[in-house]
Design a protein around this ligand. Structure first.
Ligand code: CTP
Ligand code: MN
Ligand code: MN
Ligand code: MN
Length: 409
């Protein structure tokens, strides 16, 4: 990764979308130690406190030098979200906590190489249990705390609680596919309903779903999906986004944004295509489960605060075995954008999450625009803008170009 001074010239910026944040930074160990404090607050449901640490970590990731006691006092403690409260013209940009534990904790790390509170957290049974329980796909911090409060501590406790069937050889089994009947007893054909990833199934598949995915396998999955899509609708275009595009060597899942190359079609070629592709992948045995599948206008089940209106499917995918290697189930997210929304889709799904959070904030506060993956809207007259390239998205929002590999805020 290139770490020239020019690239880091904006590391004092308050907005993550103005900072160049490499995948690996000079203060990686400090970021990881503060990451323990972030995770602890997050698991305990202390959202405001967790965000404070997340923001401090994000700022440190763009700092171009190893932090020492000297540069900490002269420079680092004055960076946004780390030191004293900086007066800002907008209230929601202000740090919400009145004290700044980060300052003392970072000093502690510089002196001793560890933060005492992290040692305490790492020694806590509750922390490890909540971390373990949330490692199962679909189990969030709130559910984990509830499971903990009724006595669950380990994945084995969870297997018993969710009644996961164990085979004679001790391995866990996926249940036989359920046959679904309507209230009047009519059997719904298999094709009519894609199986959800239940907590039970997520437990059985947990070793697969926890394992990281090499870039090579990400590319292989992408090629297989594109070949199926080409049969269904020729002329589609796609970009692998998410952590892969930011340069991660190992991904937790695969995210792909699709559209059609024919700009004049007005999106007709992609309308409904997400559902058709998922059905086809399911029929081929490539998709085994679906955790979310939206229609074109659905603003449904997903209760995240900024869920765009693009057609999308969150699935579990497995490459066909070629007989020599055992394949693993992988999480695969498919996002479909109409041609004019392709580049906002690509920017909106490349991440990181902090980069996206501040991109939306920057657009709103500084530019009077609403940014989301499905387009840019001017707030005062609701006029929509659709940039024709990724660079145009940045230019339109008045941002300097930041390469995807430097969006690891
Ligand atoms: N994203 C979003 N809104 C969501 C979900 C995802 O804007 N509700 C965007 C985020 O910008 C995120 C990207 O899509 O960075 C991909 O999400 P995800 O796969 O969860 O994270 P990655 O950054 O790809 O990291 P990982 O390797 O853990 O998958
Ligand atoms: Mn991802
Ligand atoms: Mn993820
Ligand atoms: Mn994803």
């Amino acid at each position: 990764l290139v770490t020239s001074p020019r690239i880091f010239s904006n590391y004092t910026a308050r907005y993550a979308c103005l900072r160049a944040s490499p995948l690996v930074c000079p203060n990686q160990a400090l970021a990881a130690e503060l990451g323990v404090l972030y995770l602890h607050r997050d698991l305990e449901g202390k959202a405001v406190n967790a965000l404070g640490y997340q923001r401090a970590i994000s700022v440190l990731k763009a700092y171009p030098r190893v932090i020492t006691l000297e540069n900490f006092d002269t420079e680092v403690r004055h960076l946004p979200y780390i030191g004293e409260k900086i007066q800002s013209k907008v209230t929601y940009l202000q740090h919400t906590t009145s004290s700044h534990p980060e300052v003392e904790q970072i000093k502690e790390f510089i002196r001793f190489g560890v933060i005492e509170e992290c040692q305490t957290i790492r020694a806590s049974e509750r922390f490890w249990s909540l971390k373990t329980l949330t490692s199962v796909h679909g189990i969030g911090a709130t559910t984990a705390r509830n499971l903990y409060s009724i006595g669950l501590r380990t994945l084995e406790d969870m297997e018993r609680y969710y009644d996961v069937p164990v085979a004679d050889d001790g391995t866990l089994k996926l249940e036989e596919e359920e046959v679904i009947y309507t209230p009047n007893g009519k059997r719904i054909p298999r094709q009519a309903r894609l199986p959800d990833l239940s907590t039970k199934a997520a437990l059985v598949l947990r070793n697969d779903l926890e394992a990281s995915i090499s870039r090579e396998e990400v590319e292989e999955m992408h090629a297989v999906v594109m070949a199926e899509l080409e049969e269904l609708q020729p002329g589609c275009v796609s970009t692998i986004v998410g952590g892969y595009r930011r340069g991660k060597l190992q991904s937790n899942d695969v995210d792909i944004v699709f559209s059609h190359s024919d700009l004049r079609s007005g999106g007709n070629q992609v309308k409904g295509l997400c559902r058709k592709l998922v059905q086809r992948l399911y029929d081929r045995g490539l998709v085994t489960h679906v955790t979310h599948l939206s229609g074109f206008h659905a603003r449904d089940a997903m209760r995240t605060s900024h869920w765009d209106s693009l057609e999308k499917a969150l699935t579990i995918f497995i490459l066909p075995s070629d007989g020599t290697q055992k394949r693993s189930h992988r999480r695969l997210d498919l996002i479909f954008a109409a041609p004019e929304a392709y580049w906002t889709g690509v920017v909106g799904w490349t991440g990181s999450k902090m980069f996206e959070r501040d991109l939306r904030l920057w657009a709103k506060v500084e530019k009077g625009m609403k940014f989301d993956s499905s387009g840019i809207t001017r707030r005062h007259d609701s006029k929509k803008f659709f940039p024709k390239s990724e660079l145009e998205v940045f230019e339109f929002l008045g941002l300097e170009w930041i390469d995807p590999t430097l969006r690891n805020a």
